[in-house]
Write a protein that binds this ligand. Structure first.
Ligand SMILES: [Ca+2]
Length: 136
């Protein structure tokens, strides 16, 4: 009689555990997590890393911007996405030496690499600062 009670308790606990796991699986077991954990295993060098595709940088706004001296300029930036890492916009390294108080042609560069170091093709924007035109 005592043994049956123990088996009953064990059965209830097992069913409870299964339902708990099933309930949780819906909340955080999506495929991107699985892919990401596989990716981490690859990065640990267990298998050859499959990520050989570089990210892609997309410029926001025009490739060429014309300004006159002392215009204010705020760069519109760029976005970056990678086949494995997804949105890596925050990792873009921008070199922006535009000085709108000095006439000149400036090139802003945007670079990014994915988590395993595949570099994106560099994207650039040309900013031309010209002298103010005389009103005629
Ligand atoms: Ca990649």
């Amino acid at each position: 009689m005592k043994k049956i009670a123990w088996m009953g308790l064990l059965f209830v606990m097992t069913i409870g555990l299964i339902f708990t796991l099933m309930g949780q699986s819906g909340s955080y077991c999506d495929f991107s997590d699985i892919e990401r954990s596989q990716e981490n295993i690859f990065q640990a060098g267990t298998w050859k890393n499959p990520d050989t595709v570089p990210p892609v940088i997309t410029l926001i706004g025009d490739e060429a911007v014309n300004l006159t001296v002392d215009d204010s300029y705020t760069d519109a930036g760029a976005t970056a996405s990678d086949d494995v890492d997804g949105d890596i916009t925050a990792n873009i390294v921008v070199v922006n030496l535009v000085n709108t108080s000095v006439v000149g042609t400036y090139t802003i560069t945007y670079d990014v690499s994915d988590a395993v170091g595949n570099p994106a093709d560099q994207v650039t924007r040309t900013v031309i600062v010209s002298e103010e035109l005389e009103e005629t």
